[in-house]
Design a protein around this ligand. Structure first.
Ligand SMILES: Nc1ncnc2c1ncn2[C@@H]1O[C@H](COP(=O)(O)OP(=O)(O)OP(=O)(O)O)[C@@H](O)[C@H]1O
Length: 554
């Protein structure tokens, strides 16, 4: 993973976010200002009413009511627009990131990993949405502070210069804390990614944790607990740095105030007659200054999150066109020449090399791919189905090469059930009664009709055994009716009876329907049924024989 640089603001995303929301932001900020003015005016009206003669009271009361309504409306408008902005931004970011992950090359999705993506889609998107609560406050309070400084400059240049010096010295101190806070926030982000991985393990490893008290204790207490504490520590460090920064600036203002009030002689050109004026401005300025400084951490947390989002998006290349101008036909022969792929395993400093591989898959044929664990069968299947782009060599269909431009289309020729398949809740084509009927017929054929059925394109349950769920995955693949079928150790979790159905009935049936079937298998009892046998050993294809070819034992 590249080191991120939160100090460099995620400018592009930030600017585009703000630009796209400029009108809503303007409305919300104006509503905030109107609310501030109305609230202050309400207080002045009350003040006035306390000493006003009774004849003026009814006029004051009407003005009071009007101001109260204005304060109410502006507060509601501001609150609603900010809520829309922040929630809208969060939703947009989540959709954008999800779409980019969905369109990214499969290898990149594998490398990125779910925990980091989850952490970014949840925590970081929320942090960015908070920007919309902080920004108007920063603008509002910042402009009051700037206005006060301007007024000071008009009143007295020396006092203004002194105030400016305080602002510069204070900002430098704040900036030092800010740099520390940003690096702590970045470290918190990295710890948060690891935390999500551990949270996932809490569920995927629930059985193992339940069966081993010591492991559960060590995992929850040290691994997971350690990461929770790491996030807490880094975030606390960041916010403590901001607390020091705010304290430092406010302290400098008190020093300044003390200097002007108690040692006016120290400030050249200070007019004692307008001293009270300065003091009032300083005191008035303290509240918005505090508000301004307190909102900067939210802005910086959002900046760090935006940088993390940008970094992740940069790792997922811009999606290529999803369909080429000339889609593939069904194709009769899939030819592979000199195909290679390598995995670099950082932790072991080791490379797994698959290939170079040459082979052919033909429609109407059942091919079995065998080989020991780790020999590269699944990797070859990912290359054949177009999930991985080959590092070397080529794949072609009826002589037409598969390339970057048409790979997404090429993938649509395959129906696959991988060993780590995912069963979605619904079929594609919801609400089609004909599809429901075909699916239910297949479910009956796979002896699952007493357990589950399809209603409106939805499985009535997915609470099934692993072998049963795999049968449902097979139903989904059958319904897709693509020209190429891949089964990665599909029969591994089936009972002997069903293994026989799979190898002796289902696969030949698919081949008879003109499909090219590739089954990765360890079931040597059924090897003799294959039309085409392939064997991998340590990434090399050591057997490639067809039924009609001279006998060679596999
Ligand atoms: N995502 C990955 N990153 C790094 N190395 C990987 C990755 N996936 C697989 N490998 C390595 O590539 C090699 C081949 O893995 P592959 O899954 O293709 O084997 P396989 O023949 O399907 O094994 P099995 O029969 O156990 O399913 C293994 O040594 C494995 O460690």
């Amino acid at each position: 993973m590249k080191p991120s640089t939160p100090q460099r603001p995620a400018t592009r995303l930030l600017v585009s976010l703000l630009y796209r929301s400029r009108w809503a932001l303007a409305v919300a900020t104006v509503a905030c200002v109107v609310n501030g003015v109305a609230s202050v005016s309400l207080v002045t009206q009350i003040n006035h009413a306390l000493t006003a003669p009774p004849a003026e009271l009814s006029g004051l009361a009407w003005r009071f009511v009007a101001l109260a309504v204005l304060a109410l409306v502006s507060r509601v408008v501001g609150g609603v627009v900010f809520a829309q902005l922040s929630q809208g931004t969060m939703a947009k970011m989540r959709k954008h990131i999800s779409a980019r992950v969905a369109l990214a090359p499969f290898r990149q999705v594998e490398t990125l990993g779910a925990p980091r993506a989850q952490s970014i889609v949840t925590e970081d998107a929320t942090n960015v949405s908070m920007l919309f609560f902080a920004l108007p406050n920063i603008v509002m309070h910042g402009s009051i502070v700037a206005g006060c400084l301007g007024y000071l400059a008009w009143l007295s240049w020396p006092v203004f210069l002194l105030a400016l010096a305080v602002v510069v010295v204070g900002s430098l101190g704040y900036h030092l804390g800010d740099a520390r806070a940003l690096s702590a926030l970045e470290a918190a982000g990295a710890a948060q990614d690891r935390l999500f991985a551990h949270f996932n393990a809490l569920f995927s490893g629930a059985k193992e944790l339940k069966l081993h008290r010591a492991r559960a204790g060590a995992f929850v207490g040290e691994t997971l607990g350690g990461e929770i504490d790491a996030v807490r520590r880094h975030r606390t460090r960041a916010f403590a740095a901001y607390a020091f920064g705010v304290g430092w600036i406010v302290f400098l203002f008190y020093v300044f105030l003390g200097l002007v009030v108690f040692a006016p002689a120290a400030v050249a050109g200070l007019d004692a007659a307008v001293l009270a004026g300065y003091v009032i401005i300083f005191l008035f300025m303290l509240v918005p200054l505090d508000g301004l400084l307190n909102n900067i951490p939210t802005l910086n947390v959002a900046r760090v999150s935006l940088a993390r989002i940008e970094e992740m998006l940069a790792e997922l290349p811009e999606p290529a066109a999803e369909s080429s101008p000339r889609p593939f036909g069904d194709g009769a022969v899939l030819k592979v020449s000199g195909l290679t792929h390598s995995y670099y395993r950082e932790k072991e400093d080791d490379v797994f090399q698959l290939g170079p591989i040459d082979l052919e898959l033909r429609r109407g044929e059942v091919s079995f791919l065998i080989g020991g664990n780790g020999s590269g069968k699944t990797t070859l299947a990912k290359l054949l189905t177009g999930l991985y782009a080959p590092e070397g060599g080529s794949i072609s269909l009826d002589g037409r090469a598969v390339d970057e431009e048409n790979r997404a289309d090429y993938r649509q020729l395959f129906s696959a059930v991988f060993s780590d398949f995912h069963l979605f809740e619904t079929l594609v084509g919801l609400g089609d009664p004909e599809l429901d009927a075909r699916a239910n017929a297949l479910i009956a054929k796979l002896h699952l009709d007493h357990k589950v059925k399809i209603e409106n394109g939805r499985f009535s349950t997915r609470e099934l055994s692993q072998g049963q769920r795999k049968r449902l995955a097979l139903v989904v693949a059958y319904l897709e009716d693509r020209p190429f079928y891949l089964f990665d150790e599909w029969a591994a979790d089936q009972d002997p009876l069903f293994k026989a159905v799979f190898y002796q009935e289902l696969l030949p049936e698919l081949a008879a329907r003109g499909k090219a079937v590739l089954a990765i298998t360890h079931d040597d009892r059924y090897f003799h049924l294959a039309d085409h046998r392939l064997k991998l050993e340590s990434g090399k294809l050591v057997v490639d024989e067809r039924r009609e070819a001279p006998a060679e034992t596999v």
